[in-house]
Design a protein around this ligand. Structure first.
Ligand SMILES: Cc1cc2nc3c(=O)[nH]c(=O)nc-3n(C[C@H](O)[C@H](O)[C@H](O)COP(=O)(O)O)c2cc1C
Length: 255
């Protein structure tokens, strides 16, 4: 019998949360989708740890449920729990996941949301300061201790449907669809070709071409590349500062 955590993360907040929840295995959601990692047959507890994107779930979590979980024999799976990390407005994310699971014949037993430092740049162009990030992380850590013990004791706590559930769900599905982010730029005079950006991109959306870095068309705007570039060589219009995150960059390497 084993507890498995499936984690979606851009800037590492959800990995920070996952580290604080007891588990036997931890996999990136994208690796489970690609088949690089496989759910163990004896999985009886599954935790889905993810960032709230546009009031809903990231596309990787949607695919994890519809393309991977729905395709396996889940008869041994007794307890499905979820932790939604967010910037203070989790909206419908947990009920969105609950609905996605139900649509595929599964049932969520417990869901909790935790506020974390927000790395999203299009709204607030200034990266969260180190002091503010530390303050938010300390509160998150306290909340995660409670969440971890509730999960350990298999508490049942189902998320209620938020306001305008169907409308928000439709919007967040649309807004979270991977697409080209034409606004991210590489300053080639600063880039040292360390390849950190392409190695941590959860989408595999960055590649090297002709000695330069090229963004493809499936960006989820997680801003991991922007924040984690050791040289600050990636820019976004009007954005200043970098959020260095709560886990080591080496933990975010995927390829
Ligand atoms: C594309 C995008 C959309 C987001 N939408 C929301 C949102 O609707 N509500 C919210 O509270 N936080 C939102 N956030 C903030 C993230 O949920 C939060 O920073 C999360 O902890 C990031 O997790 P990660 O570091 O594991 O990627 C958004 C972040 C991104 C990148």
């Amino acid at each position: 019998m084993s507890t498995v955590l499936a984690v979606a993360t851009g800037t590492g907040n959800s990995l920070f949360a996952a580290d604080r929840i007891g588990h036997d295995y931890l996999f990136f959601a994208e690796d489970l989708i690609s088949g690089k990692s496989v759910f163990p047959d004896d999985m009886d507890r599954l935790g889905i740890i993810f960032p709230v994107y546009c009031g809903g779930i990231p596309s990787a979590i949607q695919h994890l449920v519809s393309d991977v979980l729905a395709e396996r024999d889940n008869s041994a799976l007794g307890y499905i729990f979820a932790v939604a990390t967010n910037g203070g407005l989790p909206m419908n994310a947990l009920s969105d996941l609950d609905k996605e699971l139900q649509d595929h014949g599964l049932a969520m037993s417990y869901g909790a949301a935790v506020r974390m430092p927000d790395a999203y740049l299009p709204l607030q162009k200034k990266a969260v300061s180190n002091d503010k990030a530390r303050e938010i992380a300390a509160k998150a850590e306290e909340k995660l201790r409670i969440i971890a013990s509730e999960i350990e004791s298999e508490k049942i706590e189902l998320p209620g449907k938020g306001l305008l559930f169907r409308t928000v769900r439709r919007f967040s599905r649309m807004a979270s669809t991977p697409r080209q982010n034409g606004k991210l730029r590489i300053d080639s005079s600063k880039c040292t070709h360390c390849n950190t950006c392409l190695r941590i991109c959860p989408q595999g959306n960055i590649r090297e071409e002709g000695g330069g870095i090229v963004f493809e068309n499936s960006c989820i705007s997680c801003f991991a590349c922007y924040h984690r570039c050791p040289e600050g060589a990636i820019s976004y219009p009007g954005a200043i500062g970098q959020y260095k995150g709560l886990v080591e960059t080496s933990r975010l390497i995927r390829r």
